[in-house]
Ligand binder design. Sequence first.
Ligand SMILES: [Zn+2]
Length: 327
Amino acid sequence: MRKSGLNLSEAEIERRQALQPEGKTPFILIPAVCPICKNGSVQKFFKSGVYQEGKKDLSLHPESYTFEDPDFKQYHPPLYFIWQCPHCFFSADQSTFEDPVADVVCSTNNFQKRILSQYQDDESFRETVPLLEPVEQREELTFHDSIKQYLMAIHFFQSISSIKDRDALNLARYYIRLAWLYEDLEKSDQRISVKILLDQLKYSIIEYWDEIPLTSKAAMEKALFYYEVAYYNSNILAQKHIEHQVMQVIGRLKLILGNIEEARNEFFKGITTANKYKTELDASFRAAENPDLAREEFLPKISRLEGFIRESQDLMQESKQMLNELK
Ligand SMILES: [Zn+2]
């Protein structure tokens, strides 16, 4: 959670405690203010440590979720990833809802203005929103509810050109998680009923959104597209020193989508960039005046980069084997 260092006033702590539901629940409720319409709402997220993620596959998709308390095993955590304003339907993951421009070069005011002008001037934007609105507010979300929330988040972020064409990291993240959600749906008993609803959605929305991704593969291709937009066009990656991570994700997606040669190239670029960061950190570590402080500051970062490099080398090896098998 990005705002864990938040200093809450006593009144605010009391207000939050009063919100907590009675009875047994895996959720914490949080008052939130919509960054677009400025209305308040109550949003929820899982209490920390209430579930564990299982092993991750090649696209980093957790294959399972285990709740310590068996009473909660009906919950599927990714269904609750997106927060949605019940007034204007702006949707985003929790940290982006609380700070919508964390990964965009744009002021919060400007972000708000651009969304409001979409509502005003863009008919197709306006017409799409009600098609993705929830049918009812429910305590427990279905796959259908949640998929529409992800699509709503994508609809909002895709409507801003500086995000769609440049700072596309959030879009890429929403698309990859949507791809995972479609994969999880295949394993769920809601599979057949939700597919019927999604077919209906496609029929009603296609006039406004012809490339709406309604399968895992379609969403994954969009994720790859927007990771590459962010990689080539956004300064945020360099600012946050996450270029190597994004290159590895691009490589993973290319591998899944069958472009093995290019995937190897991405892993290689990721390793080169991580090595460059590591050399810089090694030098700062050696030059530091206080060795104890420096150890605390630099060693964990250096060790994370070393772990990343080993992992990328394994991925290169794996893709080499895949290429050999194809020959
Ligand atoms: Zn709102």
